[in-house]
Design a protein around this ligand. Structure first.
Ligand SMILES: Cc1cc2nc3c(=O)[nH]c(=O)nc-3n(C[C@H](O)[C@H](O)[C@H](O)COP(=O)(O)OP(=O)(O)OC[C@H]3O[C@@H](n4cnc5c(N)ncnc54)[C@H](O)[C@@H]3O)c2cc1C
Length: 395
């Protein structure tokens, strides 16, 4: 019987893993199934654009995987039994596997803050972004929108909303200082953009609870809002933690350097769902930036083990943080391998164009899972860094 590989989740990580496995293995040797709850590929990195009213290109998974040998199954995973090696689906069907690739991604994390589920909007998922889009469209001039979360998603969301709707009164609540992890020049560019867009920033503002009319900060200060947008991090779905897989305190599957579960060698985890260690022995953060190379790594390791070849190593390191600041501005903060800001950066329109290229490149990578993305990335990196030096020299 063919070796049965079941890939769960067709986000960036799962879709790339499935496509790469299809290219690396012979169709007569494997039976490759990709399960996803929705029929199309969702560009999660553009959810703030969707929420702000932009329309995204539909990307049906059936078209993307046509002719690849990957069998697409649109269904929702409800449970995984890693002892019986089966996956339960919402339709009532059950899939048996020999190798499982778990890539179910993540959703918005409320961190147990009261009122988030009842009163806040999120944009970590497409349904969430669409709900927020609808609500923003209802708002009249002067209505107050508060984005909670000063991380990458919060910055992208607050600037996108403020740029699209200059008639709104837009604010950001950040637990730390604004862009505190960026380089000095990165922080000052961010501050300039935020001022230009008229965004009020509440720094060192930890939200204690969300209410219908805004939030209450630690210390008791209230910040009023007609719409509160919650972007304070991601949490994984509870399916892995409900199985006998070894998971971390965050519910992510603990894996080795080949993305193989440390407790169940026939299970691999990729993307946000995996707890993988990166350079400096730091866990890779939930991101597309690390989700893509770990998907290459998992697929290559599976293919190598099944065919008796040497396991190649994907570059599990960071190069940059790409932050859109509306459609016409951005910030590309170059970072060390373990994600700490370096002095070099790109900003303004150059950065906005670079970020757009990265987003397009990520989708391209899903459709072309084996075609030398690391090489393109290094080249882009060198070109952008060269351009960045020129930009900085004239700034
Ligand atoms: C607004 C926003 C901007 C971002 N910007 C960036 C950025 O600039 N750079 C960056 O590196 N990262 C960014 N991220 C983070 C990035 O989007 C995620 O880290 C990335 O999508 C994770 O990829 P993944 O494949 O693990 O999961 P996902 O992309 O979440 O994909 C998971 C897939 O699994 C499916 N699924 C989930 N549950 C089930 C189930 N029970 N049954 C069947 N299918 C299921 C989902 O439908 C989805 O297709 C951003 C995120 C957001 C929300």
């Amino acid at each position: 019987m063919n070796h049965r590989i079941v890939v769960l989740g067709a986000g960036y990580a799962g879709a790339i893993a499935a496509g790469r496995l299809a290219k690396r293995l012979r169709r007569e040797d494997v039976h490759l199934t990709l399960v996803n709850a929705e029929p199309d590929f969702v560009e999660r990195v553009r959810m703030h654009q969707l929420a702000a009213g932009q329309d995204l290109k539909p990307r049906p998974l059936a078209d993307m995987f046509q002719g690849t040998g990957v069998r697409l199954r649109v269904d929702r995973v409800t449970a995984v039994d890693v002892e019986a090696k089966t996956v339960a689906l919402k339709s009532g069907d059950e899939l048996a596997y020999d190798t499982l690739v778990y890539g179910l991604g993540s959703a918005a994390a409320d961190h147990g803050v009261p009122g988030v589920a009842e009163h806040a909007y999120e944009l970590a998922s497409r349904p969430g972004a669409l709900r927020l889009r609808e609500r923003l469209a209802e708002l009249g001039a002067g209505a107050r929108v508060l984005v909670v979360g000063g991380g990458l998603t919060g910055l992208e969301a607050v600037t996108e909303i403020a740029e699209t709707r200059p008639d709104l009164d837009v604010a950001l609540a950040a637990r730390e200082g604004l862009g505190g992890w960026l380089s000095g020049r990165g922080r000052s560019h961010l501050r300039g953009v935020v001022e230009r867009l008229g965004i009020t920033v509440h720094e060192r503002a930890a939200v204690e609870r969300v209410e219908a009319g805004g939030v209450v900060l630690e210390g008791g200060r209230a910040v009023g809002a007609d719409v509160t947008v919650w972007t304070a991090g991601f949490a994984v779905h509870p399916i892995a933690a409900a199985s006998t897989l070894e998971v971390s305190g965050t519910g992510q599957i603990v894996v080795d350097a080949t993305m193989r579960s440390v407790s169940h060698p026939d299970v691999y985890a990729v993307g946000d769902a995996a707890l993988a260690m990166g350079p400096g022995d730091k866990p890779l953060r939930m991101s597309c930036a690390s989700g893509v190379p770990v998907a290459w790594q998992a697929a290559d390791a599976i293919a190598a083990r099944l065919t008796g070849r040497k396991i190649p190593k994907a570059p599990l390191r960071y190069f940059n943080q790409c932050i859109s600041l509306g459609r016409r501005d951005g910030l590309i903060q170059f970072v060390t391998a373990d994600d700490r800001a370096k002095g070099s950066l790109l900003k303004g329109r150059t950065a906005a164009r670079y970020k757009e290229l990265v987003c397009k490149g990520a989708v391209w990578g899903v459709a072309h899972p084996t075609l030398g993305l690391p090489v393109r990335r290094h080249r882009m990196e060198r070109e952008a860094a060269a351009e960045g030096r020129a930009v900085e020299a004239t700034a």
